[in-house]
Design a protein around this ligand. Structure first.
Ligand code: AMP
Length: 213
């Protein structure tokens, strides 16, 4: 099963993607996580990506497409995957489509987690991420067991630079300009399913499971 998660930054698609990955035993592939791992590792790719990420801009398609195609070509992706944060532009979606059709495959579901902009701005300020493993939390909706500490690895939680208010506004603009057209793209392919992302994490997940079966 090949699933794409769509939705504004902060709509909760990462949280849902992880839950889907666990339930259906498929890898969770997040381009944002791959970039952050590279930044942390001080790689050339990481340094290049950081320039864009810190401003809330998209990393250029050439870089992003290459890392994504390399990732989904790995063995653990044979039976499918859930993509979180990719594609974010029409050219990215077209490259993915072409790569899949060369293998006789296609995207099975594009899940659009729908949350209005007003809610997004409020939500992002409450987001926290682990400095070490990248796990994400929300101080109200998905709090860690111990305040400021990661449940998974015990490291410190921070507000990511790209979740700071000024960057969030930029990311929302970028989302509307460059990513929202994908809703139309996947509607035309007959695979788009929209779920209400304003309800609780478990209710959003229940709607997704009802779609995926
Ligand atoms: P995320 O964790 O998915 O919100 O991604 C964080 C940041 O990484 C984004 O704001 C972009 O700068 C960059 N990024 C992640 N995925 C992509 C993508 N598919 N295309 C371009 N930039 C991306």
């Amino acid at each position: 099963m090949k699933i794409i998660m769509l939705g504004a930054p902060g709509a909760g698609k990462g949280t849902q993607a992880k839950m889907i990955a666990e339930k259906y035993s498929i890898p969770h592939v997040s381009t944002g996580d791959i970039f952050r791992a590279n930044i942390k590792g001080g790689t050339e790719l990481g340094m290049e990506a950081k320039k864009y990420m810190d401003q809330g801009l998209l990393v250029p398609d050439e870089l992003t497409v290459k890392i994504l195609l390399d990732r989904v070509a790995q063995d653990d992706c044979k039976n499918g995957y859930v993509l979180d944060g990719f594609p974010r532009t029409i050219p990215q979606a077209e490259v993915l489509d072409k790569a899949l059709s060369e293998l006789g495959e296609k995207v099975d579901f594009a899940i659009n987690v729908d949350v209005p902009d007003e809610n997004i701005v409020k939500r992002m300020g409450g987001r926290r991420a682990c400095v070490k493993c990248g796990a994400t939390y929300h101080i109200e909706h998905v709090p860690p067991k111990k305040e400021g500490i990661c449940d998974v690895c015990g490291e410190k939680l921070i507000l990511r630079d790209d979740d700071k208010p000024e960057t969030v506004l930029n990311r929302l603009k970028v989302y509307h300009d460059q990513t929202q057209p994908l809703i139309d793209f996947y509607t035309k392919k007959g695979v788009l399913k929209t779920v209400d992302g304003t309800v609780s994490t478990s209710d959003v997940f229940a709607s997704i499971v009802a779609i995926l079966g």
